[in-house]
Design a protein around this ligand. Structure first.
Ligand SMILES: [Zn+2]
Length: 156
């Protein structure tokens, strides 16, 4: 398991586009943006639909489950908060219950609680909400929650 993130060394300040999303994580909800006009869903949130340009938006609450589409292993801490955390895995996760209007699964990036040795593309993951030292900031992390028949990982 990766080391802990020292949240006292970073400050997360929700902005206009993310404030409601951070309120969701505090309630242990994993939200993605959804366009009211065409139904398109995406993450991270930004102020207009990139399919139809509508600014009439809402949130879609996902079940917080998905499959690892790809991943990287971070070995160099770019911020001091991650000095004790490396190495850790950042995965691109396809959400099980969240499709774009063309049927493609919505992908989100997430930091895993699992080590590199346990990770492979195709494995199922679920979100875990982690409280930071700031009472209003709860961070979603991801953990492997099962097995799969068709997995793949790079082996040197
Ligand atoms: Zn739209």
């Amino acid at each position: 398991m990766p080391g802990t993130i020292d949240y006292s060394r970073i400050t997360i300040v929700p902005d206009f586009d993310t404030a409601e999303w951070w309120m969701g994580t505090k309630q242990h909800k994993y939200l993605v943006r959804q366009c009211k006009s065409c139904g398109h869903k995406w993450f991270p949130p930004f102020p207009a639909c990139n399919k139809c340009t509508s600014m009439d938006l809402t949130w879609f609450e996902t079940a917080g489950k998905g499959v690892i589409h790809s991943y990287i292993v971070v070995t160099q801490p770019i911020l001091s908060a991650f000095i004790e955390t490396v190495p850790y895995v950042v995965a691109l996760i396809e959400l099980d219950d969240c499709h774009e209007t063309d049927g493609a699964l919505v992908r989100v990036a997430g930091v895993l609680l699992d080590d590199e040795e346990a990770v492979a593309m195709g494995l199922p993951v679920e979100v875990v909400f982690q409280q930071t030292n700031e009472p209003n900031i709860v961070i979603p992390r991801w953990k492997i929650c099962g097995t799969a028949e068709n997995t793949w990982k790079f082996v040197e």
